[in-house]
Design a protein around this ligand. Structure first.
Ligand SMILES: [Zn+2]
Length: 458
C-alpha cells in the first residue's frame, strides 16, 4: 500500500529509475528465457514445443497475480523439416565438397533421391529475367546478393535482400528452374545456414520447386567454383513437408486499468520461433521482456490507470495467424488499443524505439525522450513498429517497436546459433526496463486522440 502512495508522489524520473533498478537487480526476464530456451527449445508453429511454450508461459503469467490470464485459440500452419538436409558441390565426377544448407520454411521437399543440376548464379530478379528460360531451365538458381555491409541499421540490409528468400522460388520457377539456393541473410561469413519463410503464392503444386538457404561461407565457395568452372554442379536433398493446420493459442495476461479500463496498452512478442536454434533472440527475448513489463510495473509499485496487456503471439514466423486473430477479435469487441509495443529485434542493448503514429503523437513521445537519457536510450524515430502489432493500427493510436543494437542480430537470426548463450543478461534486462518505462508513460498520460488536420487529409 505504501508503495502506491509513494508512486503518486514520485516524479516520472524517479519512477523510471525504480523500474530500471528493479529490472537490473530483481528482473525475471533472464531466468524465464533460460527455461524457455533450454527446457523447451525451438518452437515452430504447430509443434509439440510450441504447445509446451503456450502452457508454460500461461502458468508463469498465472503466478504473477494479474487480473486475467487466458488463451486465445488460433489455427496455425504446421510445416516440418524432416531429417537433416544434405548438399554438396560437384566440380568433377567423384569430386565433391559438402556444403551447409537448410530448407526454407514452407518449401517443398526435393525428390527422394535429391536434385543434382548445373547452377546459374544471379544477384537479382532482373538479372534472372534477362537470362531468360534458355539459360535457366533445368538448372538450380543461386541467389547470391549479399546484405549491404555499410548500412548501420542492419534491418535495412535485411530488407534489401530478403525478397530472394521469400520470392526466389516463385521467380525461378517462371523460367523452368528445378531448385533454388539462397545466400543466407547474414552479414558475417560463417558456416550457419539461416532459414526463414518463403511463399509459392498461387503457383500450382506441381510447379513448386524446393528452396534452401546456404551458409555465407559456402555461398562464397559456390560462387568461386562457378567462376572457375561454369559446369560445376550442386546436389541437394531435403525432406520437409507442409501438414494440415493445427490448433494453437496466443497467450494473454492483463492488469485491468483502475481509471480507464477500456483503454488498452499492449506489450508483446512472438512465442513461436524457427526450429534450428532455440529462438532465444527471435523472439524468446521479446516474450520474456514483455512478460516482465507487467511484473516490473507491479514490483515498482505502479498501479496502472489503463488496462495493460501482455500478448505472446503465435505464428509470427510463418503465417502471422496469431496477430491477425488478435486484431480481428479486438476489433469485433471494440477494444480501444491506444498503444501497442512489440519487442522482436533481439535481446541486445536497447537503443530506443521506432514509432508508427501521427505527428501529434510523435511529438508527445519526443517530449519524454529526456527521461531516457540516463539509460543511453536515444533512438526515437518514425518507422515500422512490429509485425504482430501492425494489424492493430488506427488513425489515432501509437504502435512501436523496441530497437536494440542490431549489429549482431543477423549473426543469429533464424539459425542454429540463435541460442541462450548468445543473450546477455544485462542487455536483456535493460530492454525490459526500457519497454516498461515507455508503457508507464503511456499509461500515465494516454494518447492524444486528435491527429492534426494535415494528417486527417492524408
Ligand atoms: Zn521474430
Amino acid at each position: 500500500m505504501f508503495c502506491f502512495v509513494l508512486v503518486g508522489a514520485q516524479t516520472d524520473k524517479e519512477v523510471i529509475k525504480t523500474i530500471y533498478s528493479t529490472s537490473l537487480t530483481n528482473g525475471q526476464s533472464y531466468e524465464w528465457l533460460r527455461y524457455l530456451s533450454n527446457q523447451i527449445g525451438g518452437r515452430l508453429s504447430g509443434s509439440l514445443n510450441a504447445q509446451k511454450a503456450v502452457e508454460w508461459t500461461k502458468e508463469e503469467l498465472d503466478k504473477l497475480g494479474l487480473d486475467r490470464v487466458w488463451l486465445q485459440p488460433v489455427m496455425v500452419p504446421k510445416w516440418v523439416r524432416g531429417i537433416k538436409e544434405h548438399a554438396y558441390i560437384e566440380s568433377a565426377a567423384g569430386k565433391s565438397t559438402t556444403v551447409n544448407i537448410c530448407a526454407l520454411g514452407g518449401s517443398v521437399a526435393t525428390p527422394a533421391l535429391g536434385i543434382k543440376a548445373n547452377v546459374v548464379e544471379v544477384q537479382s530478379f532482373e538479372e534472372l529475367e534477362a537470362l531468360g528460360r534458355g539459360n535457366v531451365e533445368g538448372k538450380i538458381v543461386f541467389f547470391n546478393r549479399p546484405m549491404q555491409a555499410d548500412l548501420i541499421i542492419t534491418y535495412e540490409a535485411y530488407g534489401g535482400c530478403v525478397n530472394q528468400r521469400y520470392s526466389g522460388a516463385v521467380e525461378a520457377a517462371k523460367y523452368g528452374a528445378v531448385g533454388v539456393i539462397v545466400r543466407s541473410m547474414n552479414l558475417r561469413l560463417d558456416d550457419f545456414p539461416h532459414t526463414g519463410s518463403m511463399k509459392y503464392n498461387d503457383l500450382p503444386v506441381e510447379k513448386r520447386i524446393p528452396s534452401a538457404a546456404i551458409s555465407t561461407n559456402d555461398a562464397e565457395l559456390l560462387s568461386t567454383m562457378l567462376k572457375l568452372d561454369g559446369q560445376t554442379q550442386l546436389y541437394f536433398k531435403q525432406n520437409c513437408k507442409q501438414l494440415k493446420d493445427v490448433q494453437s493459442y496466443n497467450v494473454i495476461g492483463e492488469i485491468t486499468g483502475s481509471e480507464y479500463p477500456n483503454e488498452y496498452i499492449l506489450v508483446g512478442g512472438h512465442l513461436d520461433s524457427w526450429d534450428l536454434g532455440d529462438g532465444s533472440h527471435d523472439d524468446g527475448a521479446g516474450v520474456v521482456q514483455s512478460m516482465d513489463v507487467l511484473r516490473l510495473l507491479k514490483e515498482s509499485g505502479v498501479k496502472p490507470k489503463r488496462s495493460i496487456r501482455v500478448v505472446l503471439f503465435m505464428n509470427e514466423e510463418n503465417g502471422l495467424r496469431g496477430a491477425t486473430k488478435y486484431a480481428q477479435e479486438a476489433k469485433q469487441k471494440g477494444e480501444n488499443h491506444i498503444f501497442a509495443l512489440e519487442s522482436d529485434a533481439g535481446g541486445f542493448t536497447p537503443r530506443g524505439f521506432a514509432f508508427d503514429c501521427s505527428d501529434v503523437s510523435f511529438n508527445q513521445v519526443l517530449a519524454w525522450k529526456h527521461l531516457f537519457k540516463p539509460y543511453l536510450i536515444h533512438y526515437f524515430e518514425k518507422a515500422g513498429s512490429g509485425a504482430d502489432v501492425g494489424p492493430l493500427k488506427t488513425s489515432t493510436n501509437v504502435l512501436a517497436g523496441l530497437r536494440p543494437d542490431s549489429q549482431r542480430y543477423f549473426d543469429h537470426h533464424h539459425a542454429s546459433n540463435d541460442t541462450f548463450d548468445a543473450v546477455n543478461k544485462r542487455e536483456l534486462e535493460l530492454g525490459a526496463a526500457t519497454m516498461t518505462a515507455l508503457v508507464y508513460l503511456f499509461d500515465t498520460y494516454g494518447v492524444n486522440p486528435i491527429p492534426n488536420e494535415s494528417e486527417l487529409k492524408k
